[in-house]
Design a protein around this ligand. Structure first.
Ligand code: FRU
Length: 329
């Protein structure tokens, strides 16, 4: 459905007269009106709004899923145009994305940042330029953004810890394969987990930063296997990490004796691994793609959005996987 521009001419004219229009280039909008953060809760005052989406990488299925979720949610709103950029796991490239979006004068930015600290400043610059920014999944530092959307990683880490304590009867040797520790989900999945196991007799015999990457997790697990004869369980901060660890253990003929726990629970990845008996549990980490488009539409219409949108999560085990898992928290 396209908007009838004539209907909004008075609004456009009023904005122009007030000197609010044309503060930056909006190539897709011939009238030049700007609807960020203003308006009256009505339809967007432009025929087309452009959203710049900066994805930190597309190497993992979870991120491909996030982009698909965004694409699908945006497709039913012909007034939205989304420009996708892939930073290929390069922080500097992702910083330039934001600068490019600012100079192109996009109407809103969605970013799923690789790392917190280095992406904080470009996000602040976009905000300063009057471009609302929705931060998805991994956080930036401070609160200079429009809205953050993501699941509670500390809670997920804590629930994973509780599940592990119960499953191991309160004691055992555990390997922790951490996600990139300069990204907030890695930090929170670690601290939540440690909090939950602190009064148990679980020993973390080996820990390593596998940077969210399956090949790195596999290599780290090879070292763990060569150093320790008794490993009861691997807690990996994502399913690619848990799968990489399983591949190493399987190649060493030890997978049967070790339990594997991951996070993400994509239907065709972690949930499938649980069904196949590769993983013992996976905790869902929703992408937030659809929610980001919902929030973007509200911002573009001048409606208010919460500063934080926290998504729920579920745990999948062999007992509950055929019934769609169970909610946590
Ligand atoms: C993909 C990913 C997911 C993980 C998320 C954390 O890049 O590593 O597996 O849950 O990022 O930000």
């Amino acid at each position: 459905m396209r908007h009838n521009t004539a209907r909004y001419l008075p609004v456009i004219a009023a904005l122009a007269i007030a000197g609010l229009a044309g503060c930056k280039k909006t190539p897709s909008n011939s009238a030049g009106a700007d609807s960020h953060g203003q308006g009256d809760g009505n339809p967007i005052t432009k025929a087309t709004s452009t959203i710049g989406m900066s994805q930190c990488n597309l190497g993992e299925p979870w991120r491909v899923q996030m982009n698909d979720d965004i694409r699908r949610a945006a497709a039913v709103h012909p007034e939205l145009k989304v420009i996708f950029k892939d930073a290929q796991n390069d922080t500097l490239k992702q910083r330039s994305h934001i600068e490019e979006f600012i100079s192109a004068g996009v109407d809103l930015i969605i970013i799923s940042p690789k790392e917190a600290q280095p992406l904080t400043e470009p996000v602040a610059k976009a905000m300063q330029a009057g471009i609302p920014v929705i931060v998805l999944d991994r956080r930036v530092t401070g609160d200079n953004y429009t809205c953050f959307i993501g699941a509670d990683n500390r809670l997920i880490g804590r629930e994973a810890g509780k599940w592990i304590v119960n499953t191991l009867g309160g004691k055992g040797n555990v390997v922790e394969l951490k996600g990139l520790m300069t990204s907030t989900p890695g930090q929170d999945r670690h601290s939540g987990f440690r909090e939950a196991i602190k009064d148990s007799q679980i020993n973390i015999i080996f820990e390593a930063d596998m940077k969210w990457l399956e090949p790195d997790a596999r290599k780290e697990m090879e070292s763990a296997l060569s150093r320790f004869d008794q490993i009861d369980l691997v807690y990996a901060h994502n399913d690619p990490g848990a799968h990489g660890a399983w591949l190493a253990a399987n190649a060493a003929g030890r997978a049967e004796k070790i339990r594997f726990v991951g996070i993400d629970a994509l239907p065709h990845e972690g949930v499938l691994y649980v069904k196949q008996g590769i993983l013992d549990a996976t905790f869902q980490y929703p992408t937030g793609g659809a929610e980001a488009i919902d929030a973007a539409l509200k911002v573009l219409r001048g409606e208010s959005v919460p500063k934080e949108i926290t998504l729920g999560s579920r745990v999948f085990t062999k007992e509950n996987v055929d019934n769609g898992g169970e909610p946590i928290g």
